[in-house]
Write a protein that binds this ligand. Sequence first.
Ligand code: DI6
Ligand code: FE
Length: 398
Amino acid sequence: MGVEILCNARLATMNGPACGLIERGALLLEGGCIRWAGPEVDLPTDHAATSRHDLGGRLVTPAPIDCHTHLVHGGERAREFELRLQGASYEEIARAGGGILSTVAATRAASEDDLVASALPRLDALLAEGVAVIEVKSGYGLDRDTELRMLRAARRLEALRPVRIVTSYLGAHACPPDTDPDAYIDEICIPALHAAHAEGLVDAVDGFCETIAFTPAQIARVFDAARALGLPVKLHAEQLSHLGGTALAARYGALSADHVEYASEDDARAMARAGTVAVLLPGAFYTLNEAQLPPIAAFRAHGVAMALATDCNPGSSPLTSILLTMNMGCTLFRLTPEEALRGVTENAARALGLADCGRLAPGLRADLAVWNVENPAELAWRIGFNPLHQRWFNGAPC
Ligand code: DI6
Ligand code: FE
């Protein structure tokens, strides 16, 4: 892999306001990294370029990052979709043993090969929109063997496609039926975390703090175990009610608090102090027909970084389009198109604790998306249209 020059491009570098846009820009890539990015007239000449690519004035952005998915899972939940259309609530279905637990049954019955095979089409849909990094959670096993099988399947995806997979252990996603939640946390969830970590399967630890899942005190025990293992944490928090999950996440210096529709201004202050990213999941808000909007004004006022992600899962967000997620972030949550693009690039990288991607800057990975558009706002504007011209992963077109 030699030196690649990309020229005659509009660069949305994400460095600074207005997408850090450089009108007639150029990039110099070497060894899978960005060596230089800036106005084409300033392109350094001290290199032996092996190939030069004229991009015809197209827009180049950092490759999108999907920082919150449940991509690996068994089965489907179309029947639940019908029930919700007939008026059943997400909580009612969950309390009746459906919801997450119905996907748990299907996932426990699936082999590792089954889990990989069923995740690949969803992965390919994201790659088709230029995505370079995908976070994949466990959480549909709720037993040691299945949680580890899910994480092994997630890791295998990286060997099958040009993509980076970041894993999150989500053993605290729901409590198995007929099981005491405290006993589940102490006797199954935390021991399985230790086993998964020992096998190198865990990059971060997540949980679901909600009336239909776990209390802040139960999540705190999982976070203490994560901290003892030196693992960062993140949390599904304030999705359906205000339980104190966001404040707990901030107290633990979490990478992110996710959903956060019911987060308060005090929660936003605490997140800002902790540097915790708000991961907004408009696909779940849309699918569950929610009404409570996340406190976007408070996040802006207190400087809380906002990311956007698909939350791809068979129940609350069967969504595999990062572009539609951007459109929903604007249309449903009133984000600006610039905030939406930053939400799937720079801030999504922050939500995963990644410092080597999410912007076009020297030293960062050369994971790029070249689009058949001129303006960044076009990426969030269209619905159901993919303007990707070319995907660059690790410094090579693919
Ligand atoms: N919140 C969600 O919306 C998903 N998980 C979570 O904690 C739902 C997952 C599912 O319904 O299968
Ligand atoms: Fe989720």
